[in-house]
Design a protein around this ligand. Sequence first.
Ligand code: FAD
Length: 454
Amino acid sequence: MSRALCWIRRDLRLHDHAALAMATTAAREVAVVFVYDTVILDTLPDKADRRVTFIHQSLEEIDERLRQYGSRLVAVIGDPAVEIPRLARSWGAKAVFAAHDDDPYALPRDARVGAEVELVTVKDHVVFERQEVLNQSGLPFRVFTPYSKAWKQRLTPEDIREHVPDMTRLSPTPPGTGNLSMKDIGFEPTSLWLKPGATGAAERLAWFLGQIDDYADRRDFPGVEGTSGLSVHLRFGTVSVRECTKAAMSRDSKGAAKWLDELIWREFYHMLLANFPSVTTTTFQEQYSSLRWPGTKADFDAWCAGQTGYPLVDAAMRCLNATGWMHNRLRMVCAMFLTKDLLCDYRWGEAYFAEKLLDFDLASNNGGWQWSASTGADAQPYFRVFNPVLQSRKFDSNGAFIRQWVPELAGLSDDEVHWPHDGLFAPEGYPPPLVDHREQAAKAVDLFRTHQPR
Ligand SMILES: Cc1cc2nc3c(=O)[nH]c(=O)nc-3n(C[C@H](O)[C@H](O)[C@H](O)COP(=O)(O)OP(=O)(O)OC[C@H]3O[C@@H](n4cnc5c(N)ncnc54)[C@H](O)[C@@H]3O)c2cc1C
């Protein structure tokens, strides 16, 4: 084949790149293309959305590297289903290569592109996808532990080998002149707390590998930097999941084994989304699809603003609002509080996280919400409701995280900071508790009990 496009989407790197390796094997001349997708961008309410800055800066790095190889990035703005076929035709590309994307928005988009030009897609975002890991009846797993066991049994070195593109095939005359500016795409640049691009990802992975052995012991404490912080890079593909998997498997420690399990949770949720796409609109466990959540919009708004009177929940939500980041333990605590204490529909919280999280990923976000709401595959049982104050005492025992994000409570003792409502004087400016945890948890259990199969 003479010419081909490599359309990058959630694989924003040039190394270990399945689609680019395939394109540069199949064609003599390859141009790397990114479309700033107006179908997605137009729905973002915040014109300083951090994800757009992350993508933009990661593409700057890609463009710089492509220039070192005598080529450059082709960046356009519009509907990819229109722009990709247009570019392919005008440049005489015989095919377009891209990585699989199983999001419900991406599948029809790719089908529209595929109807216009030859679109060749390949697995890249996960180690195992779709129906690659099935149970003994040939069906998708619904429970994590046997899935994880089968996943590990199936793994061979071939599954995590590096996909090396042939950079000599990059076009010296691609149909574009480099990245667009933030102004061109109608967004404002914003500051990020992490370094974007493949360089940022590589530095973060190297840093984390220096402490991976302690991961199992440190991962649950929001006041400690005990996790990799790689989720944003995994989301946008600035790091390769194969590289992460190989790194985890090269260490023989409890921490590395635990980290591999977390990568497999990610694969589990992607597998569920591919096989049960209805999870994006309804509960995975059918008996809960008719459950009516009695929670109010006013309580939901207080939760969003970090004004529930539950310090750990409020600290976590304020951290999310300010940075686009929330620690995994806190995601579970906040999600469970919204669904089991405020009795609000998990979909409200899921949509709020989708808007705010820098690492927002449809499969993992839906999986995490349905786990916490007890409606999902292998979810937390409905009768095991987290006590947000006990979670606080256990995982932020000295209150450092709470003090960082809820300054009204900064002067309280290590004991009071978890529950500041019993003293004679309420801390100034901090709200009283919105609900009584025990009462609400009992209501939640009753609500779920009425939906048990007979
Ligand atoms: C309600 C809720 C919503 C969530 N929404 C998202 C989301 O939108 N995007 C997202 O990437 N993760 C989501 N998670 C999972 C998890 O919280 C984040 O992946 C994790 O906090 C990222 O931090 P890290 O990179 O330091 O993770 P580490 O602990 O270092 O784990 C390594 C990688 O494994 C994956 N991973 C870890 N835990 C999980 C998990 N429980 N489920 C799926 N993958 C996991 C991530 O890709 C992560 O980067 C959600 C969890 C909950 C409970």
